[in-house]
Design a binder for this molecule. Structure first.
Ligand code: ATR
Length: 277
């Protein structure tokens, strides 16, 4: 019997996680099965789906929208990146105790540093949006050595509050500020779109001057082609643009290594995901 893993979300039909983990399992020779579970729209759906999967012998789950907060709530023990993000995207259990992690931020860092070849140490990073996606990225970016993090949001007060809340938890060498989309002063080496604007065909109105010469413009969404944010960055003279496909694959690799003790090579999965949006 293969060891069973799953991703729980709603909706879940289009999740790439079964494909990615299937490739990892084959490449590393792990005897495991990975399925997609729809937690449904009813309140308590995540807890029910998780309990049923555990009772059926499941070993661990990935968790996607809209259940990342429920996943943290379901855990007996959580890593500091999950606690600071206020959300978890991977669970495992041993006996009765459920452990939670959040690999989204480290997935982003690995994609930028390893796949895109841009070391973050000493860099100025602008994060657009002040929701869960930004929250989960702050600690991993700061730990990677970013010198400056600016959270710019349509609702400035939300970005300011997030910066105030997270600043005491980041390494002292990292300066964290928050403000409106028009507020970041100076230019940034990496500009990350962590808003949900791309999903509605819009781009956050960041000033052109925010892109430093040679900057990387990174959209966390994937499978949408050249997003409005990426187009805006190119129009502002930014030559390097990327979407979040690599972040998706890298967070999956982190979860796989955590569950199985084997780190998969991500290149094959990256090629497959990028060619099959
Ligand atoms: P998530 O948890 O996925 O990050 P969220 O908490 O709903 O999602 O946050 C979405 C973010 O995208 C918010 O920062 C939101 O800005 P507001 O705080 O002002 O609502 C931002 N956002 C959504 N649509 C946007 C748009 N069209 N332009 C700019 N920012 C947008």
């Amino acid at each position: 019997m293969p060891d069973r893993y799953a991703v729980i979300g709603h909706p879940i039909a289009h999740s790439k996680s079964p494909l990615i983990h299937g490739l990892f399992a084959r490449a590393t020779g792990q005897d495991m099965a990975y399925e997609a579970i729809d937690g449904g729209a009813e309140p308590g759906g995540f807890a029910r789906a998780l309990a049923a999967f555990r009772a059926a012998g499941g070993r661990g789950v990935n968790v996607t929208l809209p259940f990342k907060l429920d996943a943290l709530a379901a855990a007996d023990k959580a890593s500091d990146d999950a606690r600071l993000a206020g959300a978890a995207n991977a669970l495992r259990w041993d006996g009765g105790r459920v452990e939670a992690r959040n690999f989204d931020g480290i997935g982003l860092v690995r994609d930028i540093e390893v796949n895109l070849g841009l070391p973050l140490a000493g860099r100025r990073v602008l994060l657009l949006g002040a929701g869960g996606a930004t929250r989960g990225a702050l600690l991993p970016l700061a730990r990677a050595g970013a010198a400056r993090l600016f959270i710019a949001n349509r609702t400035a007060a939300k970005a300011e509050a997030l910066a105030r809340a997270l600043a005491p938890h980041l390494p002292a060498a990292c300066a964290l500020q928050g403000g409106g989309l028009d507020m970041p002063d100076g230019a940034f080496d990496v500009v990350i779109n962590a808003t949900s604007a791309s999903l509605g065909g819009e781009a956050p109105a960041v000033p052109d001057g925010a892109f430093a010469p040679g900057a990387l413009a990174y959209d966390m969404v994937y499978g949408k082609g050249l997003t409005p944010f990426m187009q805006r960055a190119q129009a502002a003279g930014c030559a390097r643009v990327a979407d979040g496909a690599g972040m998706l694959v890298e967070q999956a690799a982190e979860a796989f290594a955590w569950w199985r003790g084997v780190r998969p090579d991500t290149r094959e999965a990256l090629t497959v995901i990028q060619s099959r949006p």
